[in-house]
Design a binder for this molecule. Structure first.
Ligand SMILES: NC(=O)c1ccc[n+]([C@@H]2O[C@H](COP(=O)([O-])OP(=O)(O)OC[C@H]3O[C@@H](n4cnc5c(N)ncnc54)[C@H](O)[C@@H]3O)[C@@H](O)[C@H]2O)c1
Length: 270
């Protein structure tokens, strides 16, 4: 493939495994690194420890170009692009714990052969600016920094990666933006290129918008219950208005999952 690259992915969790497998499917050569021996052992034995439709087959199909390792140096050796897909859980104050992200940045300090560092983990606005400064201080001023947030929904992560509504590329310079855009050649969706802080904000803003729609449906359900109106019919009818749209208007238990609560708290903390 003309634009095939060598890629190191940090984090073999939900986002890292899907990113690694999809990049291999696109023709790139990928090394995925995790710190959990059990997880890496399973992956090396050809088993995928999470269930996502299509992920197992894709991993198997691309095994020539997709490998798993515990060793950061091994993953980065010869890589042109490094992806950060580690977890960023909430701290007590609601902000994101970035210790794992910084551990990866530290592990890359000698990697002067890198062309770009891409952060897919969800991070507070301003993180990219701080990582950019750390790279510059480590003599890696030539390594482009890119914020490339993930908008996937669990259960359709592979299909969302290959057919996204949009690919958000927040880059520190135009060459890095072009590199990551080219890396996605074959993905069926438009790239939206912007500055790093705007890309970081887009991720939090998208989850805030979705969480707000769920919250609205639940608030309306309470009023419907008190007034004898039928929430199902109300949300069906308002969802037919193209300015509102039908998605994320199902009244129920409220929002949960791995991202909405923590990303809402992270936005609030900002
Ligand atoms: N899961 C989702 O639906 C989703 C959607 C969009 C964004 N995100 C964001 O993507 C990021 C990753 O989420 P996830 O669901 O994949 O998390 P996860 O917990 O499933 O996976 C993270 C992995 O990173 C590994 N890790 C930790 N430190 C490491 C290091 N120094 N080097 C290599 N690996 C390391 C962990 O062992 C773990 O396997 C988070 O910031 C999350 O907010 C998740």
């Amino acid at each position: 493939m003309e634009h095939a690259r060598r890629v190191a992915v940090f984090g073999a969790g939900y986002i890292g495994l899907v990113t690694g497998a999809c990049l291999a499917e696109l023709g790139h050569t990928v090394a995925v690194r995790d710190i959990l021996p059990e997880r890496v052992g399973l992956l090396q034995a050809g088993e995928v420890p999470i269930y996502e439709p299509g992920l197992g087959d894709m991993t198997l199909r691309n095994k020539e170009r997709l490998r798993f390792t515990l060793d950061a140096e091994d993953a980065v050796r010869g890589a042109e692009v490094a992806y950060v897909c580690v977890d960023t859980p909430p701290t007590a104050s609601g902000d994101a714990d970035l210790s794992r992200v910084w551990a990866v940045v530290d592990a890359l300090k000698g990697a002067s052969h890198l062309l770009a560092l891409v952060v897919k983990s969800t991070v507070p606005v301003g993180t990219g600016r701080r990582i950019r400064a750390a790279l510059d201080a480590a003599g890696l001023g030539h390594v482009g920094y890119v914020s490339n947030p993930e908008f996937t929904a669990e259960g359709r992560a592979v299909s969302d990666f290959m057919n996204p509504d949009r690919i958000v590329i927040g880059a520190s310079d135009p060459a890095a933006a072009d590199l990551i855009k080219a890396l996605h050649a074959g993905v069926n969706g438009p790239a939206v290129v912007m500055d790093v802080a705007s890309a970081e904000m887009t991720k939090l803003a998208a989850n805030a918008a979705l969480a707000t729609k769920i919250t609205l449906a639940n608030e309306l359900a309470t009023v419907c219950e008190a007034t004898g109106a039928d929430i199902e019919r109300v949300t069906e009818a308002i969802g037919m208005d193209h300015r509102i749209g039908p998605h994320f208007l199902k009244a129920g238990l409220g929002y949960g999952g791995s991202c909405f609560p923590k990303d809402s708290r992270a936005l609030h903390a900002l």
